[in-house]
Design a protein around this ligand. Structure first.
Ligand code: IMP
Length: 189
């Protein structure tokens, strides 16, 4: 029998597991199958938004049994605060032009939606055939922007979550599940 995640070294910092590794695996395989049916014959460009997307996109594309290509972008919010400002700087841009391509943006989590709104507006100027958004987690309550999320895994409560790619100060991305961080971690630094 395996120990519950809370009893592992990293898991000791987690107050509550919201989405288990099993629940995520099952959801991602359903999403992959639905996306494969939707994009069959369109050879989509699946674009991961770094850094948080890495486990999700790796699992998602392996659940899509169609021809596709994968690329990555990395963006950073301008401003010193912890809240997203919506003005993002491109740290890593796409390798290829996207004109005429079907683009699927893959995000770990959508919070206010500011980052995604800025990103999609910037990418639309490159004349893709379509842009759709796929997010594992959607904090709908925190949304301030009217953006369309065509593919979502789970609706996430408006709490700070970590794991399966999501970090706190660069840590916890390697947890195999998504959980709420114990408040004592913030005070310990
Ligand atoms: P938005 O621009 O407010 O939608 O912010 C989206 C980005 O904020 C995500 O891609 C994450 O990098 C980060 N983020 C938002 N909520 C969380 C969270 O609960 N944990 C970790 N990162 C988060």
């Amino acid at each position: 029998m395996s120990a519950p995640p809370q009893d592992t070294r990293l898991g000791a910092s987690i107050a509550e597991v919201l989405f288990s590794a099993e629940a995520i695996a099952s959801k991602v395989s359903q999403m992959g199958a639905a996306l494969a049916a939707h994009y069959e014959g369109k050879r989509p460009l699946v674009v991961g938004i770094l850094n948080g997307c890495f486990p999700f996109i790796a699992d998602l594309v392996r659940a899509m049994d169609i021809e596709l290509e994968v690329d990555f972008m990395s963006v950073s919010s301008y401003g010193a605060g912890t809240k997203s400002t919506g003005v993002v700087r491109f740290i890593k841009d796409l390798e290829e032009p996207i004109e005429g391509r079907h683009v699927l943006l893959v995000e770990d989590i959508i919070d206010t939606g500011l980052t995604l709104r800025y990103l999609t507006e910037a990418l639309y100027t490159r004349k893709p055939a379509s842009i759709e958004v796929c997010a594992l987690l959607d904090k709908q309550q925190a949304r301030t922007q009217n953006i369309e999320v065509q593919w979502r895994g789970f609706v996430c409560p408006d709490a700070f979550v970590v794991g399966y790619g999501l970090d706190y100060a660069g840590r916890y991305r390697n947890l195999p599940y998504v959980g709420v961080l114990d408040p004592s971690v913030y005070t310990k630094g």
